[in-house]
Design a protein around this ligand. Structure first.
Ligand SMILES: *Cc1c(COP(=O)(O)O)cnc(C)c1O
Length: 350
């Protein structure tokens, strides 16, 4: 039987967390002389930021829970997705002893966070069609394997990973399966959030950085069981989401329609971009995309990358990444930006 108590590092289980002024008195009325704040105001004229923010972002989680169809207690918010990724390592992985499974080519932060925390990585490459090598991954699990990172749609390959494979991992692995859905808004797949009640070892990551268009705010979301969220809350920096970000994110959540309209526009541009790229002589293959970017195999990725930079068009050179030989990763831009890219690429002389 899965038990989070058996999975969490023992010293985290017994840790006495920092208790902030806002933890010890949660009321909103009164004369607040408990947090050494400036009682007069701030050096800013227009906005009042002199009080510490809600450490648990209650208003934001309430609104988000309605949109995501889950409970507020199943939500953890972090300073970007980077923060929940790091906290998962710190909560569940003993340095130099435990290991995590990564499936390259994938998002680079999982490995950086593992290395930073001195946690061993087991890398099981995706298959040639960029799907989970399920037998190899299941075989690689040992008693010290604590996390498996699954990125779907996957960065940089842009495809979704098969649900049957992810479900097999969830039902056969005693550690946590972390499904990173940074690009879920651009995909036809449903979120794994709706499966949280079936899988106590599931953690779903999403972000405000892509579809919501709020990369500068640094706001990442993790959805998991209440028990897992409590552990992350216990070890996070007390006021990890600042008040300005909480207020702006609340405003953004009132504008789901605007987000959806932008997603539709980006998807229309993606369809056009994929079709037009395929006609260009230096393009060898355009991989299908469920995200807001495309992976493109070129005749000579490095030279074409340099050529684009000379023309002030910056894409991502992924040609050194396993299974992505000669590939560039191109974000879907505006219609004008994509037209410029296509025009420039079609003028490339091999
Ligand atoms: C962009 C991206 C994120 C988002 O990271 P933030 O820290 O929330 O900006 C997460 N995962 C993947 C795979 C990404 O590509």
């Amino acid at each position: 039987m899965f038990s989070i108590q058996n999975l969490v590092r023992p010293h985290i289980l017994t840790l006495k967390p920092y208790s902030s002024a806002r933890d010890e008195y949660t009321g909103t009325e009164g004369i607040f002389l408990d947090a050494n704040e400036n009682p007069i105001g701030s050096a800013l004229e227009s906005e009042k930021y002199n009080r510490y923010p809600d450490p648990y972002q209650r208003k934001l989680k309430e609104k988000l829970a309605i949109i995501k169809n889950c409970q507020p207690a199943q939500i953890f918010l972090g300073n970007g997705s980077d923060e929940p990724i790091d906290l998962l390592f710190r909560a569940f992985c003993e340095p130099k002893q435990d290991n995590v499974i990564l499936m390259p080519p994938t998002y680079g932060m999982y490995e950086v966070s593992a290395d930073l925390n001195l946690v061993i990585t087991k890398k099981l490459n995706l298959t040639s069609d960029f799907q989970i090598d399920i037998d190899a991954v299941l075989k690689a699990i040992d008693k010290n394997t604590k996390l498996i990172f699954v990125c779907s749609p996957n960065n940089p390959t842009a495809n979704s990973l098969k649900k049957v494979h992810i479900r097999l991992l969830l039902s056969n692995f005693g550690g946590l399966v972390v499904v990173d859905e940074a690009y879920i808004d651009f995909s036809k797949d449903k979120s794994w959030i709706e499966e949280l009640h079936d899988f106590p070892n599931l953690v779903v990551l999403q972000t405000f950085s892509k579809a919501w268009g709020l990369a500068a705010l640094r706001l990442g979301m993790a959805f998991a069981s209440e028990e897992i969220v409590q552990i992350l809350n216990k070890i996070k920096p007390p006021y990890n989401i600042n008040a300005a970000t909480q207020q702006l994110a609340l405003q953004a959540l009132d504008n789901v329609e605007r987000k959806n309209t932008m997603v539709q526009a980006i998807l229309a541009e993606r369809t056009q971009l994929v079709a037009d790229l395929a006609k260009i002589p230096c393009v060898v293959h355009v991989y299908p995309s469920d995200a807001n970017f495309v992976l493109v195999k070129m005749t000579n990725a490095k030279r074409i990358y340099d050529y684009l930079v000379e023309q002030k068009i910056i894409v991502r050179d992924r040609s050194k990444v396993v299974l992505c030989e000669e590939c560039l990763r191109i974000t879907v831009g505006t219609a004008a930006e994509n037209a410029k890219l296509l025009n420039t690429l079609s003028e490339y002389q091999a």
